[in-house]
Design a binder for this molecule. Structure first.
Ligand code: PEP
Ligand code: MG
Length: 748
């Protein structure tokens, strides 16, 4: 970059800072800034457009255009040249604006006499806040140096906007972070909650974007980058066993040592930015490239750079993960993503969780569900929009998040919370009553669990037992393989807390999306259909034996129930049962007290097992249908893939017929069967399962009340008739007919 432009841009930034320092209201500041920029760039026009709402830009200040147009002229995202700059997040530099593609004539501004146009997106870490424009009468293309200088100014403007510098009397616009925002995501865990934002990784605030001592800023940057390199080397040495993690840290090291990255940041500093602002400017550019790139590899690398920039910013500003902010008493956790262990650390203190990424089947979602904390995933941009302490409402029923809601929205939301509380009250009133349908049939309702913390729900929900205890959660939340003695103590506490109620311990279900942090990850093309659950257990029996021993010792003379996940054929069950028998014999030899009795069940999660020989049904002590997996394999629709996971209805007649066949086969051999997938906790689904013959269902504790309440109002014979009639008519799903029936029961 030419020395002259560097000095020019530094001078301009210096003046901008002076303009900011004065005690002037928001609008006056913006006016002053446009005046300064137009003068310094030798242009007749400088204008600032900022977002009014998500897709409307508003002319907020101008030097050179008609002043009456300020706060009047608006355009949609993508509309006109300004709208295009914002939409594409790229610069438009043209000597002949009226002829440029997309130009839109706005008579109120009087801009038709200006020929050249340079529009720069005002971005903060990839998020577009507005557009900065200069225009002149002479038809000329702006030089690369001029574009660069204006980019630097735009960066500072973004920081100022973020800091609320343009708010005040005669405000240019309300501060970005004080406007209400509605975000639509995906339901991760039902329930509604209100509270205050607690950012898992608080955003770094750069309060000093402009600096006038480039030598000092360069030194600060060099020092911070040195520190960064040391910490990356440390991370790399600690990740010695894990290939994938190592690759990520190697990419980090490459960036941390990249001369290009450093050179660009030093250039930014010499044009007048502080070290922090220079890091952010490069981070912004990388983020917008990330958004545009279709190359997955490149996107990954840009996201590495993004993470590294955050680390560098934390070093520079001294704002670590711990900013000293105090967690509110009603925290709603907001994060891009979070691991299960971190989530468990927060525990039940959280009122709700909103994730920008995440997925419904992820570990974090499993933990949130286990803790019964309302969770919305895929709430895009939430970490950009939310600030620590913002008021927020999470609607885990609809997958909607209201950030800083207006009063009317807030009160409608509170009505909803009140309605839920009233429903809870109704459920409490039937807590001690059986889930008996009007026809007299009684359904045993059990609960799913995975954490010690779930056990108190056995009493509060009225569950008859634990139909599924997911033992892998204990393995997932640790950094190393738990020891047998630890597991045995934990299982014993679970049995103590269950106070004699049956607990079906499912042996370790790992693989697929559940990867243990301390086990070598498998690079499988299709992990859901890969080396998982009982397949791992049988191929590497050491862990399975250790777990079985831990369970037997925990039972210590009490009855024990064990079930194996993902059994696809009879032989697998036989082999697993053989392990149980061998372990029992070993425990006896070692002189341990054996369980009073032991039931060994299988989870039916692949369609193949439904067609196993009759002998299997005779031998197995009980079957539990893992509907989440069974449904994904029945319809060949990935339960983790948002595009397809809701494509096929659980109440599809084919699926119901399939389930009914299983129930009938079990009836022939007197094999106890239950359903423990998520669908068992959905009242309408549960009603249909009961109607086709299930007498035991296992679900999240919070679902027991709603399921029981509906079952008690319905007659299963009638429900069966409705299903049969829909099937006869050739309906694809029985849902509409069942809903109509349920509605009638509510009215009755
Ligand atoms: C299931 O597949 O339905 C099940 C209960 O197991 P998980 O969700 O843990 O795979
Ligand atoms: Mg499963």
């Amino acid at each position: 970059m030419a020395e002259r432009t560097e000095t020019e841009s530094r001078k301009l930034l210096g003046r901008l800072r002076d303009a900011m320092a004065g005690d002037v209201a928001g609008q006056a500041r913006l006016d002053k800034i446009t005046h300064l920029i137009a003068n310094s760039m030798g242009c007749e026009v400088c204008s600032i457009y900022l977002f009014r709402d998500e897709d409307t830009l508003e002319l907020c200040a101008t030097e050179g255009l008609n002043k009456q147009a300020v706060h009047e002229t608006r355009m949609k995202l993508g509309e006109g040249l300004v709208g295009r700059v914002a939409k594409r997040k790229t610069v438009i530099n043209t000597p002949n604006a009226p002829q440029a593609p997309g130009f839109r004539f706005m008579p109120e501004t009087g801009e038709e006499i200006y020929s050249s146009f340079l529009g720069i997106p005002v971005q903060r870490i990839g998020e577009t806040l507005g557009v900065l424009v200069v225009q002149s009468k002479t038809a000329r293309e702006f030089s690369a140096d001029e574009v660069y200088a204006l980019e630097v100014v735009a960066m500072v403007l973004a920081e100022m906007t973020e800091l609320g510098a343009f708010v005040g009397e005669g405000a240019a616009m309300s501060a970005r972070h004080s406007q209400p925002v509605l975000l639509r995501g995906t339901v991760g865990q039902e329930g509604v909650a209100e509270g205050h934002v607690w950012l898992h990784e608080p955003r770094v605030v750069v309060s000093n974007p402009i600096a006038d001592d480039p030598v000092r800023e360069e030194e600060r940057l060099t020092h911070a980058v040195d520190q960064l390199r040391v910490s990356v080397d440390q991370m790399l040495s600690m990740a010695s066993g894990d290939k994938e993690q190592k690759q990520v840290f190697e990419a980090y090291r490459m960036f941390a040592n990249s001369k290009g990255w450093m050179r660009r940041m030093v250039e930014d500093i010499h044009s007048g930015l502080s070290a922090e602002a220079a890091v952010e400017k490069e981070q912004s550019l990388a983020r917008s490239r990330m958004g545009q790139s279709t190359d997955a590899y490149l996107r990954e690398r840009l996201s590495d750079l993004d993470d590294l920039s955050n680390r560098l910013l934390r070093i520079l500003t001294g704002q670590g993960a711990d900013t000293g902010a105090e967690m509110p008493s009603d925290p709603i956790l907001v994060a891009r993503n979070i691991g299960p262990a971190e989530l468990l650390e927060y525990g039940r203190k959280l009122k709700g969780i909103v994730l920008e990424g995440g997925s419904v089947g992820s570990h974090a979602a499993i933990v949130a569900r286990a803790l019964a904390i309302p969770l919305v995933v895929h709430a895009s941009k939430i970490t950009n929009d939310a600030l620590n302490g913002d008021y927020i409402m999470v609607d885990g029923e609809q997958g909607v998040v209201h950030l800083r809601p207006e009063d009317t929205v807030a009160s409608a939301f509170r009505d909803k919370i009140a309605m839920q509380a009233a429903a809870q009250e109704r459920y409490r009133s039937i807590l001690d009553l059986p889930a008996q349908a009007r026809c007299g049939a009684t359904i045993a309702l059990h609960m799913n669990a995975g954490l010690m913390a779930d056990l108190p729900s056995l009493v509060s929900s009225g569950a008859e037992g634990v139909g599924l205890f997911r033992t892998e959660l204990q393995f997932l939340v640790r950094s190393q393989m738990p020891r047998r003695s630890e597991l045995s103590a934990l299982y014993a506490r679970v049995l103590d807390a269950a106070g004699g109620k049956r607990v079906a311990f499912r042996t370790l279900d790992i693989g697929s999306d559940k990867v243990l942090p301390y086990m070598k990850p498998n690079d499988e093309p299709n992990p859901a259909m890969g080396w998982r659950a009982i397949r791992v257990g049988l191929d590497k029996p050491g862990v399975m034996r250790m777990q079985l021993q831990a369970l037997m010792r925990a039972a210590n003379g009490r009855p024990l129930t064990v079930m194996f996940p993902f059994v696809a054929q009879f032989e697998e069950y036989r082999a697993a049962r053989n392990e149980v028998d061998k372990t029992l014999a070993r425990e006896e030899r070692l002189g341990h007290v054996l369980p009073a009795s032991i039931e060994v069940g299988a989870m039916l999660e692949t369609p193949s097992l439904a067609f196993a020989p009759k002998k299997f049904f005779e031998e197995v002590d009980f079957l539990s249908i893992g509907g989440n997996d069974l449904k994904q394999f029945f319809f060949a629709a990935d339960r983790e893939n948002e595009r397809v996971r809701r494509r096929y209805d659980t109440l599809n007649v084919s699926f119901l017929s399939f389930l009914q066949n299983i129930v009938e086969r079990c009836r022939e051999t007197d094999t106890p069967v239950s359903f423990c997938g998520e669908d068992a906790g959905r009242p309408v689904e549960a009603l249909c399962f009961a109607a086709i013959g299930f007498r035991t269902l296992s679900m999240r504790p919070a679902s027991i009340g709603p399921v029981k309440s509906l079952l008690r109002r319905c007659n299963l014979d009638d429900v069966r008739d409705v299903i049969e009639a829909a099937r006869e008519r050739g309906e694809m799903s029985v849902r509409a007919d069942i809903m109509a029936y349920v509605k009638k029961q509510h009215q009755a």
